[in-house]
Ligand binder design. Structure first.
Ligand code: SAH
Length: 256
């Protein structure tokens, strides 16, 4: 297998709750034309990838459809992924690091070249991705479309992104960029979710976070850590610190 193909195989396309089988088929075709093959459907209604309309629209990409995985949650779809980009045309409650599809291509390609698993997450035809879903992504990917009418058809958006990924891979984006150089593997989505859950528990225990009035605290902290893109050891260190803080808080309570 060529180096380019190995890189493309480490970039998965995740469709969250797609509702039209035709779009799923067309997305599979868009992927295969650009050499992508790893398709994951999150909580779709029924099995849209098996519907005759999907098979028809996939044309010669029936193999990508047949190999598509279905998961119940986005978390499962991102298992093993250490760089996730959420495709969205909409502005968010708080600004999140956002790249154009052209800028994101080399980032994702370089990540895959360094041996990491990457994902691009696409939203529902009707309502896109929720904030909670986008917060599981390290960065947002936007196709800079007509501001008056910026929402592409799902499969069309997959095509644009897949094309940019292919161009980036063919341009020879290799290895991790120096800014991310580390001797440890980057933390995976599961490891980061474990950190965020621990952080939230600890901040509540330390009376820093009021569960009845959380404001945007966790969202801002997720943005901070996603921007830093910590490696596995850094996540373990942070969790060790949280554990120590929780123990200190328990001891403090015991004394009073
Ligand atoms: N009506 C939805 C858009 C759905 S389009 C909304 O308001 O959010 C389906 C999916 O295609 C989106 O969730 C997104 O993942 C992708 N998409 C469509 N247009 C896009 C654009 N301009 N930039 C990035 N992704 C886009």
């Amino acid at each position: 297998m060529s180096q380019e193909q190995a890189q493309l195989d480490r970039i998965r396309v995740v469709l969250v709750q797609p509702s039209h089988p035709g779009n799923v088929g067309a997305a599979a075709r868009a992927m295969k034309t650009m050499g992508l093959s790893h398709l994951v459907l999150v909580a779709p209604e029924g099995a849209p990838h098996r519907a005759p309309e999907a098979v028809a629209r996939a044309s010669g990409a029936g193999d990508v459809l047949a190999a598509a995985r279905v998961t119940a949650t986005l978390e499962e779809a991102l298992a093993g992924v250490s760089l996730a980009a959420g495709a969205s045309a909409r502005r968010r409650t708080i600004p999140w690091p956002t790249l154009t599809a052209r800028e994101a291509g080399p980032r994702l390609a370089a990540h895959a070249a360094g041996g990491g698993e990457a994902a691009v997450v696409f939203g529902r035809e009707t309502s896109g991705l929720t904030n909670a879903e986008l917060e599981r992504c390290h960065l947002l990917l936007a196709i800079p479309a007509n501001p008056e009418y910026s929402s592409l058809n799902l499969a069309a958006a997959v095509q644009v992104v897949a094309y940019e990924l292919r161009l980036a891979v063919l341009a020879g984006e290799g290895g991790l960029p120096p800014a991310e150089a580390t001797d440890q593997p980057p933390a995976t989505a599961e490891e980061l979710e474990g950190l965020y859950a621990h952080l939230e528990r600890a901040l509540v225990a330390l009376d820093f976070l009021d569960p009845d009035n959380p404001r945007q605290l966790m969202r801002r902290l997720r943005r901070l850590f996603n921007r830093a893109h910590p490696d596995r050891m850094e996540v373990n260190i942070l969790r060790g610190i949280l554990g120590a803080a929780e123990a200190a808080a328990r001891r403090g309570r015991g004394n009073s």
